[in-house]
Design a protein around this ligand. Structure first.
Ligand code: GLC
Length: 741
């Protein structure tokens, strides 16, 4: 008997060898594998793979050997595991990660290569952690400085966002880990994100708010897109026929999966017909509440299966969803060619420091107070943000970092070799809490002294210090830089303005370092000689900041958004409540928010209104100086639209440094209104003292085009254009005219 059984098994094995199923054969084309797998799946198995089975996972197909699929937040690092069906921590001891700088810092590098390294490093961490999809990057446009999640995004300009998101997606997916570009679309503020219905012109939609997503899909070949919570044309963006069916899948040819935001699915028929492929987090607000183990009750679960069995739907839509999920599997969990993952490797810390060092922006440096000359000096460090951990909090992008070096620690470590004295004064008390979603910082920031005592103590020490370095700004608490709410004001919280003014009045070498993802009002700006935008820099924050402050690193970051003086300079806040945060409809279920400023977002607005912001889009200083000159077109006077420009950049200072050459285009005469100028090319260039390089900047007809609402497409009108070049939107030092045939 045993002998016969052995013979039978041998026969089966040889048969299997002879007929490896197509879906299991890595040599076969993915589409063939998809069709083969689809043909083998039962209805129940098809239903299983299109909705969550736990907080962050969806089912594979056990019978066919396709593993469960794991997603995880977030854009800046791999979120620690939560329990199967709870938002609380799973309490793993092997899921601490590298916290990379927030994406506004990445955008501020203006260096696509750095973005590629970022995506790759994050992909390696995700791979090691067994995740098939990272829920990021975010590319929503910075429409208002109050936006709670701006720190997770790449600024106000669609072109900069487009150039920076593509390499991130490519780097991440080179690890066989899917990106899930979010939050598609028009999720530009947080307070009423589940109820907002955005009203917007087609021009503003296509010229400002979609390009980042379009580039991620068409150039980055993103494998995932996350539908946003809010509505557009009265349909929720997680199942919106116009944005998902027409624009994303039909016009852009997106072949990946549309994943709902957690709790963003609200309607079975729309979920079936309007382009949603994977339903996650239903009945949660994405953060906390939710019915336990309600996965069978999801819209795309038993209810959908029942509707099919009752003949309400064929399996046409279902098979289309499953094809996309299977394609995702074969790109990730079923992809045998994936590289190895790494967690907390030195290379990843190098990447974190590189992004930070290239993204920190030197906003102001009167009298060249910076870099600090530490020898023999007494340096007073002030502020809660010099010691407070920032990797915990902020919502779903919160992390459990293996370590986070604070600005104070970074300075102490860097300066221990320099004969200098460092003192610390709290200066203000902001948010002493230190936990999010079960992750705790372990810090005890409690301090019962009154604001007056704190300020007086700091001022007393400042009188005898050679330098005062204030670390202030925002943090990751609710109503600051945090998901789920927007700020209520552009002003600094916790009476910091009073502290900064007091310190600057007693010490002429005062340096203010702003830790935030958003612009803040700086009424004391003229009294403080040096100002640095320090972003949320993650694990290596202190190391990177110290390196810039003492001059080991020459800062080369440039602002990815306009730094307004105050809200009166912001388009979104110039048309009353209807434009922000919106007007509630009867019954208070939906709030209509009309983007009345249209395409005039950021510098497009301040240019048109001739407003002078505190610091302009694209602004960033260096410890050396540069000259941008001699812009010329490498084509004759007229062009068919494909254009190449050349411009010279000279380091006119005495130390090496990098400058960001920016090219803006103006349409001199057009049948529709257009911004004064728009960013259409840029390049970061490293120069030795005295060195001049000729930079080539290429662009194409799309750069001259506007969205023509009459024909629902891009249109460039023949005629005269002007190209401007410089190293900030308000420092354009050369121009050249040309004509589009
Ligand atoms: C949250 C966020 C989204 C996140 C998801 C999972 O609500 O909006 O960015 O990826 O839910 O945490």
């Amino acid at each position: 008997m045993k002998y016969k059984l052995t013979l039978l098994l041998l026969a089966c094995c040889s048969m299997m060898q002879a007929q490896t199923p197509v879906y299991l054969d890595p040599s076969k084309d993915i589409e063939a594998r998809v069709e083969d797998a689809l043909s083998r799946m039962t209805l129940a198995e098809k239903i299983d793979v299109i909705h969550a089975q736990s907080k962050f996972s969806s089912a594979g197909v056990k019978r066919l050997g396709m593993p469960d699929f794991w997603t995880d937040d977030g854009p800046h690092g791999v979120r620690p595991d939560v329990l199967w069906d709870e938002w609380e921590q799973a309490g793993q001891t092997n899921d601490s990660c590298v916290a990379f700088p927030a994406l506004t810092c990445l955008a501020a590098t203006w260096q696509p290569l750095v973005s590629s390294l970022y995506g790759r490093a994050l992909g390696e961490e995700a791979l090691y952690r067994g995740k098939g999809m990272i829920l990021g990057p975010g590319v929503n446009i910075y429409r208002t400085p109050l936006g709670g999640r701006n720190f997770e995004y790449m600024g106000e300009d669609p072109y900069l966002t487009s150039r920076m998101v593509v390499p991130y997606v490519q780097g991440l997916q080179s690890c066989g880990v899917a990106s899930c570009v979010k939050h598609y679309c028009l999720n530009n503020d947080e307070e009423y994100r589940h109820q907002v219905n955005v009203i917007i012109s087609d021009r503003a939609l296509h010229e400002i708010y979609l390009p980042g997503f379009e580039a991620a899909v068409k150039e980055g070949k993103a494998w995932g897109i996350m539908g946003a919570y809010n509505l557009y044309k009265d349909e929720h963006n997680c199942h919106n026929q116009y944005t998902l069916g027409k624009i994303l899948k039909q016009d852009w040819g997106f072949d990946g999966v549309v994943v709902s935001d957690w709790g963003g699915t609200h309607n079975l028929d729309q979920a079936v017909r309007n382009g949603l492929d994977m339903e996650f987090g239903t009945w949660t607000d994405g953060l906390t509440m939710g019915a336990t183990n309600a996965y069978d009750n999801y819209y795309l679960s038993k209810g959908y299966q029942k509707a099919i069995l009752e003949g309400k739907y064929t399996t046409k839509e279902l098979d289309e969803k499953v094809r996309r999920v299977l394609r995702l599997f074969f790109r990730t969990t079923m992809n045998k060619q994936r590289p190895y993952g790494f967690l907390c490797s030195e290379e990843h810390y190098v990447t974190a420091r590189l992004v930070a060092g290239e993204g920190i922006v030197l906003l102001q440096n009167d009298r060249n107070v910076l870099p600090i000359q530490p020898k023999g000096k007494k340096i007073l460090v002030v502020g809660e943000n010099a010691i407070k951990m920032m990797t915990v909090g902020g919502g779903s992008s919160s992390l459990k970092a293996q370590h986070e070096i604070s600005p104070l620690q970074g300075l102490q470590e860097r300066l221990k070799v320099s004969d200098c004295q460092i003192e610390y004064a709290r200066g203000y008390v902001g948010d002493v809490s230190g936990n999010y979603n079960g992750v705790t910082t372990g810090q005890n920031l409690k301090d019962d002294r009154s604001p007056e005592e704190l300020i007086n103590k700091a001022v007393e020490k400042a009188r005898t210090a050679d330098y005062v370095v204030i670390f202030g700004g925002l943090n990751k608490s609710d109503y600051q830089d945090c998901e789920g709410h927007d700020r209520k004001t552009m002003d600094l919280p916790y009476a910091q303005d009073k502290l900064i003014t007091a310190l600057a009045s007693v010490n002429k070498q005062t340096i203010y370092v702003n830790i935030s993802g958003n612009a803040v009002s700086m009424p004391w700006r003229k009294q403080v000689p040096a100002i640095v935008q320090g972003w949320f820099l993650g694990s290596e924050a202190g190391t990177a900041l110290a390196s810039v402050l003492v001059g080991d690193t020459n800062p080369s970051g440039h602002l990815p958004f306009t730094w307004y003086e105050n809200l009166s300079q912001v388009g979104a806040h110039s048309f009353g409540e209807a434009a922000f945060p919106g007007i509630w409809r009867e019954g208070k279920k939906i709030i209509d928010e009309e983007y009345k400023e249209g395409i005039y977002v950021g510098y497009r607005w301040t240019d048109m209104k001739k407003l002078k912001p505190a610091f302009a889009f694209g602004h960033g200083l260096s410890y050396t100086t540069f000259k941008v000159s001699n812009l010329r077109s490498a084509f004759d006077e007229t062009t068919d639209g494909n254009m190449t420009f050349k411009v010279d950049v000279t380091n006119t200072g005495d130390r090496p440094g990098a400058d960001v050459v920016q090219l803006y285009i103006s349409d001199v005469k057009c049948s529709v209104d257009r911004p004064v100028k728009e960013l259409k090319a840029f390049q970061k260039v490293m120069l030795k003292p005295g060195e001049t390089k000729t930079v080539t900047l290429s662009t194409d007809k799309r750069a001259l085009s506007f969205w023509d609402e009459a024909t629902d497409g891009w249109k460039a009108e023949p005629g005269e254009f002007i190209a401007w070049a410089g190293d900030s939107s308000d420092r354009l030092t050369c121009k050249v005219k040309f004509t589009l045939k």
